[in-house]
Design a protein. Structure first.
Length: 188
C-alpha cells in the first residue's frame, strides 16, 4: 500500500497535462487588468485631446469676431458639444474672457463669460499673464476649460480625473473684441 502511494505521488509529479490550464488561470487575471488599465489610459488621453481641441477652437472662433454679444458667446459655447463629440459635455466647464495688459504686465479683465457652472472672472480684476504676453495695451482672449473624466471601467475604484486647459490668443480681426449687451460696451 505504501509503495502504491509513492508510485502515485511520482506519477502526479511527472504528469504535465494540467500545467497549461494552471498557467492560463494564473495569467488571465493579470492580462485582463493590464488590458483594462491600457484602455482607460487611452480613453483618458483621447478625452484630454478633445478638451485641448475644444479650448483651441473656442479661442479661434472667438478671435474671428470684432465684437460679441451674449448670444454670440452662447453660440460659441454651444460649439463645444460638437468638438467634444462623442464625449459628454456635462462635465465640461468653460470660462471665456478678454483682458487688456496694463503697464505692470498684468491682464485686466474687460469681460468674462462662464459655461456650465464655471465662475466667470470678475470685471476689472487682474490676471497674471505668462511671459511673452505682457505687452502694455495688448488685448488677449483667455479660454479656460475643465473636464471631470470618469473612467469607463474603473469608476467604482478611481475618482474622476480633473483635466484642465488654458489658452491665450490675440484677436485676429481687430485690436480688441468688446462684448455688448443692449448697446452697452464691455458689460457681458
Amino acid at each position: 500500500m505504501r509503495r502504491g502511494r509513492f508510485s502515485l505521488a511520482r506519477r502526479f509529479a511527472r504528469d504535465r497535462r494540467g500545467v497549461a490550464a494552471l498557467e492560463f488561470a494564473l495569467v488571465v487575471p493579470i492580462v485582463i487588468v493590464v488590458y483594462a488599465a491600457g484602455f482607460e489610459i487611452v480613453e483618458a488621453s483621447t478625452v484630454y485631446r478633445k478638451l485641448t481641441d475644444t479650448t483651441v477652437q473656442l479661442a479661434n472662433v472667438t478671435a474671428q469676431y470684432t465684437s460679441v454679444t451674449t448670444t454670440d458667446v452662447t453660440n460659441i459655447f454651444g460649439a463645444s458639444s460638437q468638438i467634444m463629440s462623442p464625449y459628454s459635455t456635462t462635465p465640461l466647464t468653460v470660462v471665456l474672457s478678454e483682458v487688456q495688459v496694463n503697464a505692470s504686465g498684468q491682464g485686466v479683465v474687460q469681460w468674462s463669460e462662464a459655461y456650465q457652472g464655471a465662475t466667470a472672472l470678475t470685471k476689472s480684476s487682474t490676471v497674471t499673464m505668462p511671459t511673452g504676453f505682457q505687452n502694455n495695451g495688448d488685448y488677449y482672449l483667455i479660454v479656460q476649460t475643465t473636464y471631470d473624466y470618469s473612467p469607463v471601467i474603473g469608476s467604482a475604484f478611481v475618482q474622476p480625473i480633473n483635466m484642465s486647459n488654458k489658452i491665450y490668443m490675440l484677436p485676429r480681426q481687430s485690436t480688441n473684441i468688446p462684448c455688448t449687451v443692449a448697446g452697452t460696451t464691455n458689460s457681458c
